[in-house]
Design a protein around this ligand. Structure first.
Ligand code: ARG
Length: 472
């Protein structure tokens, strides 16, 4: 059993159940790399500032490097008697180099240490997530470009509304995921703040150089208030919130893929590689991947609510409740990484049934607005035109016709302003390309949007903490 680093004021050993109840090592072990990286920077800083000697520092730094490798190879026992990863690493250090190891914890506490570890972890997680969101964006743009000729019905209330370009629909998701990208980038700026040196809550009573530590670790800023530094979990809540919104977008897309691949729609076919079969029905090919994307959205929402609830009403500064921040965050990161990776792999493999989409685009009176607009251009007030076309639609329904099945004479019985050119006006390409308002579905506008997206993607530089560290 490991020695408790805080055992000094205690007479009795810790109850076994308490040890298990309070331990976080089984989940915070995932932070070991960051814990060691932070400790190395801290230790070097202590030596730079003359708080410990350079010899002591180099022995600590070297041993921490060895511990890092040994943990990676599974050669260090990490169990609940160690409480958490911070104590485990420090215990291991002292076991290897004796008393000198005990100097590492000068001018810091586990409260600022865990705050640092989580920020380091999140900077890397955010960097990977930003890369993956960028990949989804690039995938959507490539698909929009490839399928620029595909026409489909646009929906409102899941009822056929008006014809649109399939690419326009895809580019709507580009906008949605683009906002997610911006939210994660924004969250990154508030994560990129170095808290080590805030110690328990009041700051350190040694002449430490927090700016130095920040530079070593690739942070752009140092915290402004030590109390806030150890109690702040806003950046994690922001992350979970941005993740919940992202997953909501993923689940809307997933839902569309699911219904579009049903035989009732038959707009698309999801590749076999992303579907699974049924144990009883031999004919089945189920869209499990998008279903699970939709399903996993629930756990990501749950993680956000968990974090908000854990932090609600907590008195400043650090409270042990805050240890409960990690599992929801880790689970969110894991879910996002897996989901985003799969999404940009699955999307390009989808087969598009362009004939079915095009056929349905003009089906169910999706051209009715244009028929009314036609009358408006002939000086009929829109409300009147709306009513007239409503009656045309009613007539068509009774007689089992589409709008374009009507003859000019039939149109004329509803309004005298109808003329020969009405059929040209209802031609589906014309219908689409007339919608040239900013952000509209006209081919010219969609091509513009695609070009703009390409420029945006080109211009955004990946974040890397590694590149911000000083040259070794
Ligand atoms: N395992 C703790 C956490 O994750 C580390 C900080 C503990 N600090 C303390 N004073 N008990 O929050």
């Amino acid at each position: 059993m490991a020695e408790k680093l805080w055992k000094g004021r205690f007479e009795l050993p810790t109850d076994k159940l308490v040890e298990e109840y309070t331990a976080s090592i089984h989940f915070d072990r995932r932070l070991y790399r960051y814990d060691i990286e932070g400790s190395i920077a801290h230790c070097r800083m202590l030596a730079e500032c003359g708080i410990i000697s350079h010899e002591e520092a180099s022995s600590i730094v070297q041993t921490l490097g060895e511990i890092d490798r040994d943990i990676e190879r599974g050669m260090v026992v990490l169990d609940s008697s160690q409480e958490d990863i911070h104590m485990a690493v420090e215990n291991e250090l002292t076991a290897r180099i004796g008393e000198t190891g005990g100097k590492l914890h000068t001018a810091r506490s586990r409260n600022d240490q865990v705050a640092l570890d989580m920020r380091l972890y999140m900077l890397d997680a955010l960097s990977s997530i930003l890369d993956l969101v960028r990949e989804v964006l690039a995938t959507l743009v490539a698909m929009a470009e490839r399928h620029i000729e595909v026409i489909m019905p646009g929906f409102t209330h899941l009822q056929h509304a008006q014809p649109i370009l399939f690419s326009h629909h895809l580019m709507a998701y580009y906008e949605m995921f683009g906002r997610d990208f911006a939210r994660f980038s924004d969250c990154l700026t508030r994560t990129d703040v170095m808290p080590l040196g805030s110690a328990a809550l009041a700051g350190a009573g040694f002449p430490i150089d927090m700016e130095w530590t920040a530079r070593q670790l690739g942070f752009s800023k140092v915290v402004a208030n030590s109390i806030d530094a150890v109690g702040d979990r806003d950046y994690l809540i922001e992350f979970c919130s941005a993740s919940a919104i992202l997953m909501m977008h993923v689940s809307r897309l997933a839902e569309e893929l699911i219904i579009w691949s049903s035989p009732e729609f038959a707009f698309i076919e999801i590749s076999d590689a992303f579907c699974t079969g049924s144990s009883i029905m031999p004919q089945k090919k189920n869209p499990d991947v998008p279903e699970l994307m939709r399903g996993k959205t629930g756990r990501v929402y749950g993680n956000l609510v968990a974090l908000l609830t854990v932090t609600k009403g907590l008195p400043l500064a650090y409270d042990r409740d805050l240890q409960e921040d990690k599992e929801p965050v880790f689970d969110t990161v894991d879910t996002l990484l897996a989901t985003l990776r799969l999404l940009s792999k699955m999307l390009p493999e989808i087969r598009i049934n362009r004939e079915t989409m095009a056929r349905m685009a003009a089906h169910n009176f999706t051209l009715a607005t244009d028929l009314a607009d036609y009358l408006v251009r002939r000086d009929v007030p829109f409300r009147k035109a709306h009513h007239v076309v409503g009656q045309v639609v009613q007539y068509c329904i009774r007689n089992g016709k589409e709008l374009t099945d009507c003859s000019l004479d039939e149109f004329k019985t509803f309004h005298k302003a109808f003329d020969e050119d009405v059929f040209q006006y209802l031609d589906i390409s014309n219908v689409i390309d007339r919608r040239r308002s900013i952000g509209g579905t006209a081919t010219s506008r969609v091509k513009e949007a695609i070009a703009r997206a390409r420029e945006e993607l080109e211009a955004c530089k990946p974040y890397s903490r590694e590149n911000r560290k000083p040259e070794k």
